[in-house]
Write a protein that binds this ligand. Structure first.
Ligand code: IPM
Ligand code: MG
Length: 356
């Protein structure tokens, strides 16, 4: 197969981790007779510096013309002082919206080799951690009106949280369908005791639920959910939630699995073209030092092969190679443990390629 992949290296550790993922993709392509062509896309801080815009239209067009997008990370202290619409993160939000990627899947799965790196007690970890956060990605408070105005001699700021029924329905269906391929359990997480948007979520979910009688459905307030995720994560299979709660809970979920550096994500809309990125940020403190963990990005590339290119065998190979590298005791600094071998970003990429 021939596929064009738009590659966004981004800021901070972005270029280092994407380089390793591309290494792995190339090795897999060579083994299976595929041709991956990479189209370089500037987004985030690097695009602000070069083009004065975190996502120039021509860059969005490249992504829309690709078969899928691979992203490292964007943002950094250099651009922190900029107003909201000009920040690197805005490029990412515009890309997600511009590509119609409403469905963000973030797996929280414990790699048994990393059990010691989890901050949770062994008695909790032993029960197993394997759930999927299904996060709505292009609506909610992230995309409502943001404004700051002067009022009675002080500034007041507003961020509007908005959800339309069709936006909830399409992500709700993804959650039920995802659960059907897993342990058939969906938990809707919201703040329905306070927010209208959450009450609308519940109403729409109740409408969908009879279509999925084989899936157990429950609801939980987000504050309680934040607590339950550390108290007993084994109770969750699929979590479905809005944009902001999903952002917060997926960081919490990643931490309990040992390292945020390990977690990939897929963002999809109605077609097969998606965007794949690790859920961690650009880690400017370790950028350019060959210390970053490339596995979140490598597993994101693997997700791209599975969900956008329908290459199941190739995906399995990458995941198995990661597993072998961990079994062999190789660790980047973020997940280093006693008796293991500390390796840098590039060496981890090479080690995974060598185990394909
Ligand atoms: C994430 C990130 C982004 C988000 C930021 C960089 C805008 O935290 O993908 O989780 O909040 O969606
Ligand atoms: Mg986040």
């Amino acid at each position: 197969m021939n596929k064009t992949i738009a590659v966004i290296r981004g800021d901070g550790i972005g270029p280092e981790i994407v380089k390793e993922a591309v290494k792995v993709l190339d090795a897999v392509a060579a083994r299976h007779g595929h041709t991956f062509t990479y189209d370089e896309v500037d987004m985030g801080g690097v695009a602000i510096d070069k083009w004065g815009d975190p996502l120039p239209q021509a860059m969005l067009d490249k992504c829309l013309a690709s078969d899928s997008v691979l992203l490292g990370a964007v943002g950094g202290p250099k651009w922190e002082g900029l107003p909201g619409p000009q920040r690197p993160e805005k490029g990412l939000l515009r890309l997600r919206a511009g590509m119609g990627l409403y469905s963000n899947l973030r797996p929280a799965k414990l790699w048994p080799q990393l059990a010691d790196a989890s901050p949770l007690k062994p008695s909790i970890v032993e029960k197993g951690i394997d759930f999927m956060v299904v996060r709505e990605l292009i609506s909610g408070i992230y995309f409502g009106e943001h404004k700051t105005v002067e009022q009675d001699g002080e500034k007041v700021a507003t961020d509007v949280m908005f959800y339309a029924e069709h936006e909830i329905e399409r992500i709700g269906r993804i959650a039920f369908e995802t659960a059907r391929k897993r342990r058939r359990k969906v938990t809707c997480i919201d703040k329905a005791n306070v927010l209208d948007t959450s009450r609308l979520w519940r109403a729409v979910m109740h409408r969908l639920q009879p279509e999925y009688p084989d899936v157990a459905y429950s609801e939980m307030f987000v504050d309680n959910a934040a607590m339950q995720i550390v108290k007993d994560p084994s109770q969750f299979d699929v979590i479905v939630t809005g944009n902001m709660f999903g952002d917060i809970l997926s960081d919490e979920a990643s931490m309990i699995t040992g390292s945020i550096g390990m977690i990939p994500s897929s963002s999809l809309g109605d077609g097969t073209r998606g965007m794949y990125e690790p859920i961690h940020g650009s880690a400017p403190d370790i950028a350019g030092q060959d210390k970053a963990n490339p596995i979140g990005t490598i597993l994101s590339a693997a997700m791209m092969l599975r969900y956008s290119f329908d290459m199941a065998a190739e995906t399995d190979e990458i995941e198995a190679a990661v597993n072998k590298a961990l079994n062999d005791g190789l660790r980047t600094a973020d997940m280093m443990a006693e008796g293991c071998t500390l390796v840098g970003c590039a060496a981890m990429g090479d080690a995974i390629v060598a185990r394909l």
